[in-house]
Design a protein around this ligand. Sequence first.
Ligand SMILES: [Zn+2]
Length: 136
Amino acid sequence: MPSYDFICLDCRKRFEVSLSYSEYDSAVIRCQHCGSSNIRRKIGRIRIARNASDRMQSLADPTRLNSIDDDPQALGAMMRQMRSELGEEMPAEFDEVVDRLDHGQSPEQIDSAMPDLADNFSEGAGNSSVADDLDF
Ligand SMILES: [Zn+2]
């Protein structure tokens, strides 16, 4: 039975629930810490990002990669291209990050505006920069 990570939007704690696929659609998930149903599923963004960056290495233009660090719009465009190349469903946060990059926000600004995202991106990676964790 697959298990899913959730985060409670009320107490900000994480918990894990094991559900069959049929249960997943109908189950009412409640926070195991405070009982709130104001919860959100967490998706393994690191896994998605690593998987994506592996495949991007054959797609990416190295000259564009060099400017990514200083150019949020270029990073946003690349992430969007990455998603269309992969044809995989990305979490809602992915869209928000791309959106913010489009508006010229740096990965650092996005990190501080989306603390939950930063928390995820930094898992096991030792820093919280979106660009660094994407391994560009
Ligand atoms: Zn809770």
